[in-house]
Design a protein around this ligand. Structure first.
Ligand SMILES: [Zn+2]
Length: 283
């Protein structure tokens, strides 16, 4: 799944390519695509796309009166659409502009989870908001201060890897960055978040920033969104490869929906992690 850096660079590219274009129409191509009833998408017709922003893993296509909020989930893509065919493969929604290509939201696979929420432009969508789909979303991972991170950590007695992936705690991180951040911070993915020392939480905060910066720099160097295999990293999906920091072998703990990758020498004082608390078939 694209995470904060991929979505951020994607928003910048969309703003460059579509900013200032006048919206002619918006059409949901699937009945599951549009998640809100009001305000109406029509409120944006005849007005210009002001900018494209981001909150967590959501893209924000901002028009003067309404903002289209798009979540790509696992297989969603939002791309220029030159052909505007009547029934595009995996098509969920289309924005047609008065000039140039349209924008097409597609989703691969059968799990139709990607979607579009229309919200009033300028409404508060930060932590504590009551606007769907942002209700309960934590602060953006690239904006959280060390002090705020420490408050969150202390309040949540859970594994660090799960803490990092929980959008209610920090918005924008996923499985790949959780692996990379734990490795960068030299912390066990199974460490209890609430028990980190001040030194460890400072290392975690620095690692979040460094991993986000590196991924964003890579993503900005591209003309389209990377696939997960292309993204830079030290441990994610690199089981059996050599840790670039210490030369040990990257290890894995498998779950049905994701894999925890780590380096025992860098992160666990050599301890091999095994999950005795849950079956991988239940998680
Ligand atoms: Zn290592």
């Amino acid at each position: 799944m694209p995470e904060l850096p991929e979505i951020h660079a994607h928003a910048e590219r969309l703003a460059d390519d579509f900013g200032g274009q006048t919206l002619k129409t918006f059409r949901a191509l699937s009945f599951t695509a549009l998640k809100t009833f009001a305000p109406a998408p029509d409120d944006a017709f005849g007005t210009e796309l002001t900018t494209v922003g981001r909150r967590g893993k959501y893209l924000l296509l901002e028009f003067p009166s309404v903002t289209f909020t798009v979540h790509l989930m696992q297989g969603g893509r939002l791309k220029p659409d030159e052909k505007q065919s009547a029934k595009p493969r995996g098509g969920l929604a289309r924005w047609v502009f008065t000039e140039g290509p349209a924008l097409l939201l597609t989703e691969a696979g059968t799990e139709k989870k990607a979607g579009v929420w229309v919200i009033p432009t300028g409404v508060e969508i930060g932590p504590g908001t009551d606007v769907d789909p942002f209700v309960g979303l934590g602060p953006d991972a690239d904006a959280v201060t060390l002090a705020d991170l420490r408050v969150l950590l202390r309040a949540n007695s859970m594994r660090l890897h799960g803490f990092l992936r929980d959008q209610k705690l920090l918005a924008g991180l996923g499985r790949r960055l959780a692996n990379e951040i734990c490795h960068r911070a030299k912390l066990s993915p199974f460490a209890n978040a609430s028990k980190l020392t001040d030194e460890e939480s400072a290392a975690l905060h620095a690692a979040i920033g460094a991993c986000l910066d590196e991924s964003l720099a890579y993503e900005r160097s591209r003309t389209d969104m990377s696939s997960s295999k292309e993204r830079p990293g030290a441990v994610h999906h690199r089981e059996g490869e050599t840790c670039p920091v210490c030369g040990d072998t990257v290890r894995a703990v498998e779950y049905s929906r994701y894999t925890v990758n780590y380096c025992a020498t860098c992160q666990t004082s050599g301890k091999i992690l095994a999950d005795n608390t849950t079956s991988k078939f239940l998680k």
